[in-house]
Design a protein around this ligand. Structure first.
Ligand code: DSN
Length: 423
């Protein structure tokens, strides 16, 4: 189905760029987007992020700015912070971090000194670069010690985490990550942080929407600081938030501005406010639970087709497949699936013998397809396309990939995506 042309002003001024935007809209309409950190924002979020609010500088915080003319901007930021506090049940929220990595860096600035020991899950085990991994500034300027998951279960071994924390006495302990298919036990991490005298940072970027919708336990009251992006399951604009107990509010605010950033992106703050409003509606609870139900159904359907899933399945929105038994490297499979209209990312699996740029796994998730209205009844078809696509990747069957692409586009035409142009 061909989408109508949109963005008349952009088309008139810069047709070349407008064509690229149109092509991306068409791609997002036609394909099955399974990258678990992506989503479709609503038209309301899109509109808020494209407003004249972006014309304004507003270093500082509401009521304490370094520029005049904040009559409206202060209210926008107050609305966003109040909504974040209400939705997540926290004392304090800072909605200014530009994205997840700057948000996490602000946490280091607030609570640690260069050279201090910090602890997080290793990137190849499912953690995040900014949790002290060596190639990140957080692993270069701080001393990162890393925990993982057990090889036999794919689950976190809390005895190992406790032993490491008590031995290393880190200033910060990060929990959460980017490729964790299971529920995070925030209470267990909090106990270890207490015992070892660390500040516990829950990085809930992937699962913030599930938490808001009651489909994953909350890190409140366990974590000292909660870091999240706003554009994954929370279905907001590209941005981030830091939340905390009152006792840490000043340290966090000071670290974000003036410690790390300049003027906040007010158009993003506005779009975050809209997303938080949407996430507070009863329909968002249905969405969050549907994301998990879809992921569980998809995991079952993949297991039935002989796929090896890290930890044996999922509790959340994400599935990590080890394609070693299918005899296809993750990257080869991801690129073939892309040609079949199924957008995934290749990913390391725990204890991966292959390199991060050519790993054994593929990471998938259900936030985007659920935003389009697909339900558990569609997951067998999705698993079937993945199965046929991976087989075609192994055999080099481009005709099979083209056939899947047509089938995918056909189904997706019946499920219009939020925020994309319609007639
Ligand atoms: N890039 C994000 C993800 O895909 O999970 C993490 O920062």
């Amino acid at each position: 189905m061909t989408l109508p042309l949109s963005h008349p002003a952009l088309s008139a001024t810069d047709p070349e760029l407008a064509a690229l935007v149109g092509a991306e809209e068409q791609l997002q309409a036609d394909t099955l987007r399974l990258i678990p950190s992506e989503n479709y924002v609503s038209q309301a979020v899109l509109e808020a992020s494209g407003t004249v609010l972006q014309n304004k500088y507003s270093e500082g915080y509401a009521g304490r700015r370094y520029y005049e003319g904040q009559q409206n901007i202060d209210q926008v930021e107050r609305l966003a912070t109040a909504r974040a506090k209400a939705l997540f049940g926290v004392d304090h929220a800072n909605v200014q971090p530009y994205s997840g990595s700057p948000a996490n860096l602000a946490v280091y600035l607030a609570f640690a000194e260069p050279g201090d020991t910090v602890m997080g899950m290793a990137l190849p085990m499912g953690g995040h670069l900014t949790h002290g991994w060596g190639v990140s500034v957080t692993g270069k300027w701080f001393r990162g010690v890393q925990y993982g998951v057990r090889q036999d279960t794919g689950l976190i071994d809390f005895d190992e985490v406790r032993d490491l924390a008590l031995k290393e006495r880190p200033k910060l302990i990060f929990c959460g990550g980017t490729a964790l298919p299971r529920t995070i036990d925030f209470a267990a991490f909090a106990e270890i942080a207490r015992e070892s005298g660390a500040v516990l940072v829950a990085d809930v970027a992937h699962i913030a929407g599930l938490i808001a919708g009651g489909a994953h336990p909350s890190p409140v009251p366990h974590a000292d600081v909660i870091s999240t992006t706003t554009h994954k399951t929370l279905r907001g604009p590209r941005g981030a938030m830091l939340m905390s107990r009152e006792e840490h509010a000043k340290a966090i605010d000071k670290a974000v501005f003036p410690g790390l950033q300049g003027g906040p992106h007010n158009q993003t703050t506005a779009a975050i406010a809209v997303a938080l409003h949407e996430a507070a509606q009863p329909s968002f609870r249905d969405y969050a639970h549907a994301v998990v139900a879809n992921a569980k159904a998809l995991a079952e359907a993949l297991l039935a087709r002989g796929f090896d899933l890290v930890s044996g399945g999922t509790d959340n929105h994400l599935i990590l497949m080890d394609l070693t038994p299918k005899d296809v490297p993750g990257k080869v499979a991801a690129k073939a699936l892309d040609r079949a209209g199924i957008v995934v990312n290749y990913n390391t699996v725990p204890y991966d013998p292959r390199k991060p740029f050519d790993p054994s796994g593929v990471r998938i998730g259900t936030p985007s397809l659920t935003s389009r209205g697909l339900g558990t009844e569609h997951m067998a078809a999705v698993a079937d396309w993945i199965d046929r696509g991976v087989t075609a990747a192994r055999t080099g069957d481009e005709d099979a990939l083209a056939g899947i692409r047509a089938e995918v586009a056909d189904l997706m035409a019946s499920f219009p995506a939020p925020g994309l142009p319609t007639d």
